[in-house]
Write a protein that binds this ligand. Structure first.
Ligand SMILES: [Zn+2]
Length: 409
């Protein structure tokens, strides 16, 4: 193996010398430079060693964790990331934020991963996200608008972005006659469609959602909804889907029915389900579920529960099954033999390998935040605060890749 020619090396800006005069407050501990505990490239869920597949063109944030034990006095720290594709020229990317580092307050790596404000974050630009290999370099940390801070061990690594199919969803609002106000109808408001679409874009292993929506009259259901109401809703959707696919809709399109809970009125909550072929032991591409305002239900304080509820039912349409959490509440599916995390969480314990990231959506609005693996549960459980674990994320990606070819028109 030959050593690369020295001029083949990237021309990186060299860290300037530590200027103590303007570098008020921060000097490296033990004179060796500031330590970096880890760097993660996150889209929805990631492990500390970046093992979860990255999706091309899906928004991504690089999170850098400083070692607070390596600083001698409190300071704000920010930084710059350098990246390049295919051995090309370097591009420099400033951090989105700054982090206060104090030698007296030393968060653990887990505490840093659990709080988006405790990592130095970089939002990768579109050009950095294309399919293929991305090289990342952390060689410059600094006091904001101040001097560079020497780094104990500069970081350099590669990640790969994988092409993923789009997620095709046709969302159907099912309108029904009001139980309490004769002559009026109940149908989901636009905000529920928005929340579901946004959640799928943020949490599912896809860069894009090919989305369409409409509201139709429910043919087979009326409140008070019986226990099998969603089976009837799914029967209507299956017939609609069959008609639409024969007239040109992409056969890879998953259909999801939204049934509003009429502001929580008695008898108006339709429990969700996905169509299931018992003989073949597989789910169909049709599911339905309730929508409404959660008012804190299951730890959800935003304007709609259509999002995670729909992501669960659609998860079934990608052949995801119930892992059986919380124990005693969700009967485990005997076909689900490999769910790897305790209590339905999205991380391992002990070890806390994974942390979630909700990149946020200014149109809802919802802010970017870290999702502590110890407090969030896999979307296929019945537990609170749901997100996709790496297990479910990777499995849905595999199924999407499979359907992309097998169900192609
Ligand atoms: Zn379910």
């Amino acid at each position: 193996m030959s050593t690369p020619h020295r001029y083949a090396q990237p021309a990186l800006r060299r860290p300037r010398k530590l200027q103590l005069a303007t570098n008020a407050g921060l000097a490296p501990g033990a004179g060796s430079g500031i330590g970096i505990r880890g760097v993660e490239v996150v889209q929805a869920i990631q492990s500390v060693d970046n093992s979860v597949r990255l999706i091309a063109d899906k928004p991504a944030v690089v999170r850098l964790y400083l070692d607070p034990a390596s600083v001698a006095s409190a300071s704000l720290v920010t930084g710059e990331l350098a990246w390049r594709r295919d051995g090309g020229g370097m591009t420099y990317l400033p951090a989105m934020n700054r982090v206060k580092v104090k030698p007296t307050k030393r968060p653990t790596l887990d505490e840093q991963r659990f709080d988006i404000d405790l990592s130095i974050n970089f939002r990768l630009p579109q050009e950095a996200l294309k399919a293929g290999e991305l090289e990342l370099f952390v060689r410059r940390l600094s006091v904001p608008a101040g001097a560079d801070i020497p780094i104990a061990t500069p970081v350099q690594f590669k990640v790969r972005f994988h092409s993923a199919p789009v997620l095709r969803v046709r969302a159907i609002g099912l309108r029904y006659k009001s139980l309490t106000t004769p002559g009026t109808f109940v149908s989901p408001e636009a905000i529920h469609f928005m929340y579901l679409k946004s959640y799928l874009q943020r949490a599912y292993p896809v860069a894009a959602v090919e989305w369409s929506q409409l509201v139709v009259d429910a043919d087979l259901i009326a409140p008070p909804f019986p226990a099998n109401a969603s089976d009837l809703a799914n029967a209507q959707l299956s017939a609609l889907r069959a008609r639409e696919i024969s007239s040109g809709v992409d056969p890879r399109t998953h259909y999801y029915g939204l049934v509003d809970n009429d502001r929580g009125k008695e008898g108006c909550f339709m429990r969700g389900s996905a169509a299931y072929d018992v003989k073949r032991g597989i789910f169909g591409l049709v599911a339905s579920g309730p929508t409404g305002v959660p008012n804190g239900w299951t730890g959800d304080t935003d304007a709609s529960f259509a999002d995670w509820y729909g992501a669960h039912e659609l998860g079934h349409t990608f052949q995801r099954r119930h892992p059986g959490f919380p124990l005693g509440t969700q009967p485990p599916d005997p076909e689900e033999k490999s769910f790897p995390y305790p209590d339905g969480l999205i991380t391992t314990r002990p070890g806390n390998r994974f942390v979630g990231l909700d990149i946020g959506d200014p149109s809802l609005p919802t802010a970017m935040r870290a999702l502590p693996g110890e407090l969030h549960h896999d979307v296929m459980t019945y537990a609170d605060s749901q997100w996709l674990s790496a297990y479910t994320y990777e499995a849905i990606l595999n199924r999407l890749l499979d359907e992309e070819v097998r169900l192609a028109p």
